[in-house]
Design a protein around this ligand. Structure first.
Ligand SMILES: C[S@@+](CC[C@H](N)C(=O)[O-])C[C@H]1O[C@@H](n2cnc3c(N)ncnc32)[C@H](O)[C@@H]1O
Length: 396
């Protein structure tokens, strides 16, 4: 049959593409390169190959006893809602019942648990180390579908105008806006009015009281997502921002350009203790010694496990380095803490769901005058977004 033949060919292409991927690295560049060097594929071919690969990352890789090809075919049979009947015959390790095509994903997974010596928990690495605050019943199903792309308006006054221009947009109470991946935001004419930022990252600042905050240090700023949220929302603050990666700072400076009179930056490696920092802007420089800030934002490097629904390729990596991250997180917080003024606060955030990087790590911090005033998760898996942990630490 023609359809069957084409599908088999696509499975072979997808397997070739997966072979080119280096474990632990983002998959998107591999896919991009593969399509660039195989220009014969049309857009439907590309879509099928891409879906087959991502379904393998979402689910297939966990069927450890099967060949890669069977893993790919079976994960596709589980995740695809409307499966044509002929496709059932492509999986021949054991017989899938004809009623499969009408079953929900949950029914299909329950069937596999009985016939495959496999458990649904295997779709996420080290599930037993996940925080008990995370609701696994909801968390697991969210791993099988692509989350929304979230953004916010740069200028709150333009919110109504942006909403009007967009169709099929999800609107949250915190005014985060979400569209399905592949939505052509550019053609809606909103790209200059919005900042792409996950729902959870927007939500996390709600947990912290910004009254009276004037001086902020974003000590793991990357390209400035968190700084931009603060700058756009709160006109009274100035931000010093740093990261250990020099290469990312030019991005940061470009993105925060519209606030350039309120932003200074520096390269700072917080794995080591530091006594003073010289932050620079286009206009001038400021030297900061401890304690210099009302608020330190520590958006820490982490396993990223709360974002593995968006980037499922990281789940199948051979190493997850959670303990290495935990140590680095402790060093960064310890070295940043002296810069918090008395009565000031440090916002500890990760996009991890492992307790070792979050609540357990907090317990092992031994910082002068530290009081945990607020901690918890933004449960992104309930909102088609990433999951984050936050803790507000006050210096008393
Ligand atoms: C989770 S990302 C920050 C994301 C950013 N806040 C945002 O909203 O887009 C963590 C950042 O920590 C930085 N980092 C890693 N090790 C560091 C260190 N030793 N000192 C300072 N920053 C570090 C990384 O370069 C990375 O950009």
């Amino acid at each position: 049959m023609k359809e069957q033949h084409f599908f088999n060919r696509h499975v072979d292409f997808a397997l070739t593409c997966l072979d080119k991927h280096e474990s632990g690295k983002p998959f998107h560049p591999t896919l991009h390169q593969y399509f660039k060097s195989n220009r014969q594929f049309g857009s439907r071919d590309r879509k099928t190959i891409k879906n087959l690969c991502y379904n393998w990352f979402r689910l297939g890789y966990s069927f450890g006893k099967l060949s890669r090809k069977d893993q790919m075919v079976l994960s596709n049979l589980c995740i695809t809602e409307s499966v044509p009947e002929w496709m059932l015959g492509l999986f021949d390790v054991f017989v899938l019942p004809p009623s499969w095509i009408e079953w929900s994903l949950q029914n299909r997974l329950e069937f596999l648990e009985k016939h495959l010596e496999w458990n649904t928990n295997e779709v996420f690495p080290e599930m037993d180390k996940m925080s008990s605050e995370v609701n696994k019943e909801v968390f697991i199903p969210h791993l099988f579908k692509q989350p929304l792309v979230w953004f916010r308006c740069k200028n709150a006054n333009e919110y109504d105008d942006v909403c009007k221009k967009l169709s099929d947009v999800t609107i949250k109470e915190n005014k985060a806006l979400g569209v399905s991946a592949g939505h052509l935001l550019d053609s809606s004419g909103v790209s200059k009015q919005i900042e792409i930022q996950d729902y959870s990252s927007q939500e996390v600042f709600k947990a912290i009281n910004l009254d009276g905050v004037q001086s902020v240090w974003d000590c793991c700023c990357a390209s400035g997502g968190k700084s931009l949220t603060l700058l756009d929302r709160t006109k009274s603050i100035n931000i010093c921002a740093s990261d250990s990666r020099k290469s990312i700072l030019s991005n940061f400076i470009k993105r925060t350009g519209r606030h350039r009179y309120r932003v200074w930056s520096a390269v700072v490696d917080l794995a080591k203790p530091i006594s003073k920092i010289k932050f620079e802007s286009k206009q001038n420089s400021v030297e900061k010694t401890a304690p210099g800030f009302d608020l330190v934002v520590a958006d820490l490097p982490c396993s990223g496990s709360g974002t593995w629904n968006r980037n499922p390729e990281f789940k199948s990596a051979s190493q997850h380095n959670v303990l290495k991250y935990r140590e680095l997180q402790q060093q960064i917080v310890q070295n940043a803490w002296p810069f918090v003024k008395k009565g000031g606060r440090l916002l500890y955030t990760t996009c991890s769901v492992y307790k070792a990087e979050n609540e357990d790590n907090l317990k092992s911090l031994n910082l002068d005058g530290m009081e945990v005033v607020n901690q918890g998760y933004v449960h992104g898996y309930e909102h088609d977004s990433d999951t984050m942990f936050y803790a507000e630490l006050k210096k008393i």
